[in-house]
Design a protein around this ligand. Structure first.
Ligand SMILES: *Cc1c(COP(=O)(O)O)cnc(C)c1O
Length: 364
C-alpha cells in the first residue's frame, strides 16, 4: 500500500520494529532514560528552550489540553480559522466556556495577518489567539510567524495547532514566539498514532497558573511534575514512544534542515506532476500551498469516490477525500514524514492512468 493520507502516515521498518519491543515499567529507570532522551530530541526539533510535554492521546486531545490549561470560562479568544481543523480548535474552546470571536477565511485561502491585527485592535480583551499552522483540510500553510507577531503585539497568548506541520515545515518555536504548540506522532513524525507533543512557554505557564477551566487527564502541571522524575502522570503509550524514539533519531541523522528541504522538494515535485496532468491545485495562492499535504480539485465529470476507490483497488494508492464542504470536490495527498519523490510519483502515475480511463468511460 502507498498510504498517502495526511495521517496516519507510513512508519519506517526500524521504527515499527522498535515499537514491537517488550513492555517496561513506566516508573522504572529504562523508561526515565527513554523519556528524557526523547524530550531532549523534541526540544531540538521544536527549536525551543520551553518545556516539551509528552501526552498520550491524538492531536485533538493536544488541542483540548492547550485550551484547558491556559484559559478560564468566559475568557475571550480569537479563533483564526482557515478550515475544518481551525473550526475544531474553536469548538473545543467553546465547549469549555470560552467566548470565541471567530475570524474565518475562505476555504483554500491563508489567514491574513493584517486582518487578524485589525480584529485584535477592534476586539478588546482577547486573551489568546487560536492558530492553525498547516490547515490539513485545504492544503494551505499559514504564515505562522506573522500571525504570532500580531498576536504578541496585542498581548495575546498564541495557541498553535502544528499537528500536520512540525517536524516537516520550519517552525522555530522560540524565534516565532509561540506559547503553546501542539503536534502528534502520526503526522510528520514517522510514528504510529498515540502521542501528543506540546511545548509550553513561560507566558503560557503564567496563564496556566490562573486558568480555571476544568482539567484532570490533560493537566500540564502534573505532566511537568512527573517529567522532573522521568515519568508521565498516567500510563503512556509505551510502544509508540519506542517507535518515536527511533524515528526522531532518523530525523536527527538526516538533519532537521534536510528533512524540511526534502518536504519542500517532494511537494514541489508532486505539484508539478499534478499540474502536468492538467489538474488544478486547490489553494488559491500556490505560494501558500502546503509542503505536507496537497489538495487538488477533482476534475469535472469525475466522481471523487469512484476515483479514490480505483486508485486504492488498482494501484494500492490511498488518498483522502475532501472534508466538510469540500467533500467530493477535492482530494488530498499526504506527503509528510517518511516520504520521497518516488512515493508521490507513484501517486501521479496512478492518477494519470485512472483519470484517462474514467474520462474515456464517461465519454462512452
Ligand atoms: C490530524 C490533525 C489534527 C488532529 O487529529 P487527530 O485525529 O485528533 O490526531 C488536528 N489538526 C490538524 C491540522 C491535523 O492535521
Amino acid at each position: 500500500m502507498n498510504l498517502r493520507v495526511p495521517g496516519p502516515t507510513p512508519v519506517p521498518p526500524a521504527a515499527l520494529r522498535a515499537g514491537s519491543s517488550q513492555m517496561i515499567d513506566h516508573r522504572g529507570p529504562e523508561f526515565a532514560e527513554l523519556l528524557n532522551r526523547v524530550t531532549a530530541q523534541l526540544k531540538r526539533i521544536f527549536v525551543t528552550r520551553n518545556d516539551v510535554l509528552l501526552l498520550t492521546g491524538s492531536g485533538t486531545g493536544g488541542l483540548e489540553a492547550a485550551v484547558v490549561n491556559t484559559l478560564s470560562p468566559g475568557d475571550r479568544v480569537l479563533s483564526v480559522s482557515t478550515g475544518v481543523f481551525g473550526d475544531r480548535f474553536a469548538a473545543i474552546a467553546r465547549a469549555y466556556g470560552a467566548e470565541v470571536v471567530p475570524l474565518s477565511f475562505a476555504c483554500g485561502e491563508a489567514a491574513d495577518p493584517a486582518r487578524v491585527a485589525e480584529t485584535l485592535a477592534r476586539e478588546p480583551g482577547i486573551r489568546a489567539v487560536l492558530l492553525t499552522h498547516n490547515e490539513t483540510s485545504t492544503g494551505v500553510t499559514n504564515d505562522l510567524q506573522a500571525l504570532c507577531r500580531v498576536a504578541q503585539e496585542a498581548g495575546a497568548l498564541t495557541l498553535v495547532d502544528a499537528v500536520s506541520s512540525l517536524g516537516a515545515l520550519p517552525l522555530p518555536v522560540d524565534e516565532w514566539g509561540c506559547d503553546v504548540v501542539v503536534t502528534a506522532s502520526q503526522k510528520a513524525w514517522m510514528a504510529p498514532p498515540g502521542l501528543v507533543m506540546v511545548s509550553v512557554s513561560e507566558r503560557a505557564w503564567q496563564a496556566h497558573g490562573e486558568a480555571k477551566m476544568p482539567r484532570f487527564y490533560w493537566d500540564f502541571s502534573a505532566a511537568k511534575r512527573y517529567l522532573a522524575r522521568g515519568q508521565t502522570p498516567w500510563t503512556p503509550a509505551v510502544s509508540v514512544l519506542y517507535a518515536l524514539a527511533e524515528s526522531l533519531t532518523m530525523m536527527e541523522d538526516e538533519g532537521l534542515w534536510a528533512v524540511i528541504a526534502r518536504h519542500q522538494r517532494v511537494a514541489d515535485h508532486l505539484r508539478a506532476r499534478l499540474k502536468g496532468l492538467g489538474l488544478r491545485l486547490f489553494p488559491r495562492d500556490e505560494a501558500r500551498a502546503s509542503n505536507t499535504v496537497t489538495a487538488v480539485e477533482v476534475p469535472a465529470g469525475v466522481e471523487a469516490g469512484e476515483l479514490l476507490r480505483a486508485l486504492r483497488e488498482d494501484y494500492g494508492v490511498v488518498l483522502a477525500g475532501g472534508q466538510g464542504q469540500l467533500a467530493g470536490k477535492i482530494m488530498r495527498v499526504g506527503h509528510m514524514g517518511w516520504v520521497t519523490e518516488e512515493d508521490v510519483d507513484a501517486v501521479a502515475d496512478a492518477l494519470a492512468v485512472t483519470l484517462a480511463r474514467l474520462r474515456d468511460e464517461g465519454d462512452n
